[in-house]
Write a protein that binds this ligand. Structure first.
Ligand code: SAM
Length: 286
């Protein structure tokens, strides 16, 4: 069964009375070269367990099942169930959990489904929840090796930008705290059914083995990053001092002592600079 063939897809839809739900970001891959590449570059292997987010009709799920020891896929749309029962019938190493991934306890899922297995995450992500899903995968400190996901091209460029460049945003700094993001390859809009209005790209997020930055209060650290970027083209001292209710003069002095220009903008800071800024705020807030 070739799940990238439009005739096959239409037959499946007709047989099982399925229609797309746009609000769930349902753009299914019909370019046959993309899913094998995601699986290969994502680290699939005979001793590896894979988590997939959003199965659609199972096109990537099958590629992962071919290459991995076990696949557990989380899909929100139960109307895909009869289709998946047909398209995944040949694989006894696949389990589909029908749930909202944002509401799923992935640490518990990994402990239950993948004991003693190296785990990877692969997905063609539903675009409306790209950032929350990526941040969930990182913040929950899951025992996973790598995340390889398709996202909109603009999001890929933002996440994989250099911290301290014009293209960088709060999500760039947040991801870099946990991992090393890298853009792998571009996928044009014609590779999907229905075709979205924008192109996409597959990115790899390799988790740091040891955290390279020492941050005791991660919540505060991410707030500092977020507020620094809240007026991204302007001096960060204004939004940061007002959000954290610290005096501008004290913040300016702290920044100078840490070697940061008080006139600096968020897009000029390195990861180490964000850590310094966080330490200043932590100290000023007592
Ligand atoms: N993997 C398939 C492919 O490449 O053709 C489908 C990708 S499609 C972009 C995104 C999938 O995620 C859809 O099947 C959609 O129903 C599912 N989805 C959307 N929101 C979800 C959520 N909160 N939790 C789990 N799955 C979700």
């Amino acid at each position: 069964m070739k799940l990238t063939d439009i005739g096959t897809i239409k037959n499946l839809f007709e047989k099982h009375g399925f229609s797309f739900t746009k609000s769930l970001g349902q753009n299914f891959l019909i370019n046959p070269s993309v899913c094998p590449k995601i699986a290969e570059m994502g680290g699939a292997g005979k001793e590896v367990g894979a988590i997939e987010i959003g199965t659609g009709i199972g096109v990537l799920t099958r590629e992962l099942a071919e290459r991995c020891k076990k696949v557990v896929a989380v899909e929100i749309d139960t109307s895909l169930k009869p289709i998946l029962e047909e398209t995944l019938a040949d694989y006894d190493n696949v389990e589909v959990v029908f749930a909202d991934v944002l509401e799923t306890d992935l640490n518990a899922l990994i402990a239950e489904k993948f004991p003693d297995m190296e785990v990877i995450v692969c997905a063609n992500l539903p675009y409306y929840i790209t950032s929350p899903v990526i941040m969930k995968l990182l913040e929950e400190k899951l025992p996973i090796k790598a995340v390889t996901v398709m996202v909109q091209l603009e999001a890929a460029d933002r996440i994989c930008a250099k911290v301290g460049s014009r293209e960088c945003g709060a999500i760039t700094a947040a991801v870099n705290y946990y991992a090393k993001p890298e853009k792998l390859f571009r996928v044009n809009r014609g590779s999907f059914m229905p075709a979205p209005n924008v192109d996409s790209a597959v990115i790899s997020i390799k988790l740091h083995k040891e955290p390279p930055y020492k941050v005791d209060n991660e919540k505060l650290f991410f707030e500092v990053i977020k507020q620094s970027f809240s007026q991204r083209r302007k001096q960060l001292i204004n939004p940061v001092s007002s959000y954290f209710k610290v005096s501008k003069a004290e913040l300016s002095e702290g920044m100078e002592q840490a070697g940061l220009k008080p006139t600096t903008r968020a897009e000029e800071l390195s990861m180490d600079d964000f850590v310094s800024l966080y330490r200043i705020i932590e100290k000023l807030k007592g």
